[in-house]
Design a protein around this ligand. Structure first.
Ligand code: FE2
Ligand code: FE2
Length: 315
């Protein structure tokens, strides 16, 4: 059984999820997962495989982000920005740690995947060393557009993705998405702080980041499709491939508001008037000492209840 977390949070979160970034050093014990656990959603295996495929390169990007923001942090005296940069660096380092643990189970199930992972690792390491400061921050801000806006799709449709999923894997993804919302404006603010006038480059980097995210996901998804035997029946293979492509297109569509000149993550309806009740309730539940290391459907409903209770208290 997973142990209770140690958390640095001591107060209830404020109403805007981007007010105050909490570093939660959680460990979901994903190293204990086996090859069989990789299909963690038996009712919707394509959902499990899609997120598994997406997740292969993510820890390598997260380390790239940590490198980029650490470097930028040493070049500014802006106290608020430095504090927020410290927050995102801490959160992403813990995400990468947990992702890497789950990757070990994926490599057991998919022998060809370690090559994909290796290539992604080299890609991000090479770019961390070679990219200009502007590119480091531009790409980081571009990629973070997707982890903030697109990732909320998962919580909006939590029944499909996590309703009958492995409780620890579900808990890991919910935690990750909640924190991506909390630090969703930091990379954007950092880019604007250093290169505010260069909007065209910021937008171009969203396109580049989407391309990299899609490429890495498709390559890993293809390896998994073959290994799962999905390619043995052509129509079935087409249906499963379509699912992957349609999800990536939905990710791209959700990121469209970021192309507006007036865009700022803090003002997006998803963190103001249209907040997702799972992320709202999770933060309150977590801040009150609830165990967030395991989530089944009943517990997700309990967490949504925390969001509703707090909303009705406020009225
Ligand atoms: Fe992350
Ligand atoms: Fe992030």
């Amino acid at each position: 059984m997973a142990s209770l977390r140690k958390s640095t949070e001591s107060v209830l979160p404020t109403d805007h999820p981007m007010d105050g970034i909490t570093i939660r050093p959680l460990d979901f014990r994903l190293a204990l997962k086996t090859s069989d656990d990789c299909i963690w959603n038996r009712r919707r295996p394509e959902c499990a495989v899609f997120l598994n495929a997406l997740g292969v390169h993510v820890p390598h990007f997260e380390r790239y982000l940590v490198f980029a923001l650490r470097k930028a942090r040493s070049s500014t005296q802006d106290a608020r920005l430095r504090k927020n940069m410290g927050g995102i660096i801490g959160q992403e380092a813990h995400h990468a740690h947990n992702y890497t643990q789950f990757s070990a189970a994926l490599f057991q199930r998919y022998a060809a995947l370690s090559g994909v992972d290796e290539r992604a690792m080299r890609y991000f390491e090479r770019h961390a060393q070679c990219d200009s400061d502007r590119r480091l921050l531009g790409f980081t801000a571009g990629y973070e557009t997707f982890t903030f806006l697109a990732g909320l799709l998962l919580l909006d449709e939590f029944e499909d993705w996590f309703g009958s999923a492995d409780p620890e894997v579900a808990a890991f993804w919910i935690w990750h998405q909640v924190e991506e919302v909390e630090h969703g404006c930091v990379a954007f603010d950092t880019y604007k702080h250093f290169y505010g006038d260069n909007e065209l480059y910021r937008k171009w980097m969203i396109v580049v980041a989407m391309f990299v995210l899609a490429r890495e996901t498709v390559v890993a998804y293809r390896v998994m499709m073959v290994a799962e035997g999905w390619c043995n029946r052509p129509w079935f293979a087409i249906a499963r491939a379509r699912f992957c492509v349609s999800m990536l297109l939905r990710f791209a569509r959700n990121a469209l508001p970021a192309f507006r000149r007036s865009y700022h993550p803090r003002n997006h309806p998803l963190v103001t008037s249209r907040q997702n009740p799972v992320q709202q309730g999770w933060r309150r539940f977590s801040a009150s000492g609830g165990n967030v290391l395991s989530f089944d459907r009943d517990k997700i409903n309990e967490v949504i209840g925390w969001a509703r209770r707090r909303s009705s208290d406020a009225q």
